[in-house]
Ligand binder design. Structure first.
Ligand code: ZN
Length: 313
């Protein structure tokens, strides 16, 4: 099959080449769809369940169709586009490095900025002098914006990987983009986990010291939890179900928590999202139902830590 990412927008040949999102594509439109960026013919794939999680409907190339060489729905162009967007001359460190062989996603830049932010938050909160406090507040906001950009790049690269269907494309991506933490390589499999690999992620969570990315389908919108020392908002993703033995099941359930109001407000049931963050785990058994819930928990502090899969960048 030809190279290309999963798509969520199309141009409609019969409707003046209007670009339409997948939610507005009716059954009668499905034979007349073209790639949003080039003239490749594309087709509809129905939503389906995979390991208990809903994979949304999407669009893919028709058999024998091919994207134009520079089309943004090709893996190479999508990566180049993201890297170009991620460069900011005002930043002392760039999250993507370009060497002769390809790009390096420098995860330590993300980790360092996360650390810098909590340090500068503390300095700002503890400052008593009003003028100094204002200066420290500005510095804190600057680091917060920079970190948001870094997260945007991290979720962006994970999203490109999550939109790939073909193994040849997966190979091309891992050749083109290497992930590094202080010059040590991290494999793509150790960075991005889809629902099939929630159990693997859960089992090695304690050993993982760096941020990871997961794909998640929202099960229920966020709700406020008041019965904790500090109230917080929580959102649940669809679980990956694993039968252990007869009448005994493990549910690997992704959870997003945050103490920041409004941060999860745009997420609704059936949204498919990619999250980048530090993982925590928790186990809870429901003896009556014979289910063990193995929660994969991400505490979200920044809105750019997640992105919907059906958006472009
Ligand atoms: Zn195209």
């Amino acid at each position: 099959m030809a190279e290309g990412l999963k798509m969520f927008h199309a141009r409609h040949e019969g409707k003046n080449n209007k670009i339409i999102p997948i939610a507005e594509i009716g059954p009668e439109d499905r034979t007349e769809l073209l790639c949003q960026y080039c003239n490749a013919k594309i087709t509809w794939v129905d939503s389906y369940k995979r390991s208990g999680r809903t994979v949304l409907s999407y669009l893919r190339l028709r058999p024998n169709a091919e994207h134009a060489e520079k089309c943004k729905n090709r893996v190479k162009s999508a990566i180049e586009n993201l890297v170009a967007h991620s460069q900011n001359v005002e930043y002392d460190k760039q999250i993507f490095d370009n060497n002769n062989a390809g790009f390096i996603f420098r995860m330590n830049v993300l980790i360092d900025a996360t650390f810098d932010l909590s340090k500068s938050k503390k300095l700002y909160e503890e400052e008593k002098d009003p003028i100094e406090k204002e200066r420290k507040r500005t510095s804190y906001r600057q680091i917060e914006n920079k970190l948001a950009d870094y997260f945007n790049s991290a979720t962006g690269i994970a999203k490109i990987r999550a939109k790939i269907e073909e193994s040849s494309d997966k190979k091309a991506l891992s050749k083109m983009v290497k992930i590094q933490i202080n010059k040590k390589e991290v494999s793509w499999n150790d960075f991005l986990y889809d629902e099939d690999r929630y159990p693997i992620l859960f089992n090695k969570a304690e050993k993982i010291k760096h941020p990871v990315a997961i794909a998640l389908t929202v099960k229920s919108a966020s709700e406020l939890i008041l019965k904790s020392k500090k109230p917080f908002f929580t959102l649940k993703g669809e679980a990956c179900h694993v039968d252990i033995e007869k009448n005994l099941k493990d549910y690997y359930s992704p959870v997003l928590n945050t103490q920041y109001e409004n941060i999860l407000d745009d997420l609704n049931p059936n949204d498919e999202i990619i999250i980048v963050g530090t993982l925590k785990t928790k186990t809870k058994t429901n003896h009556f139902m014979h289910i063990t819930y193995k929660n994969l928990i991400f505490w979200i502090k920044n809105k750019k830590q997640f992105t919907k899969i059906d958006t472009c960048l």
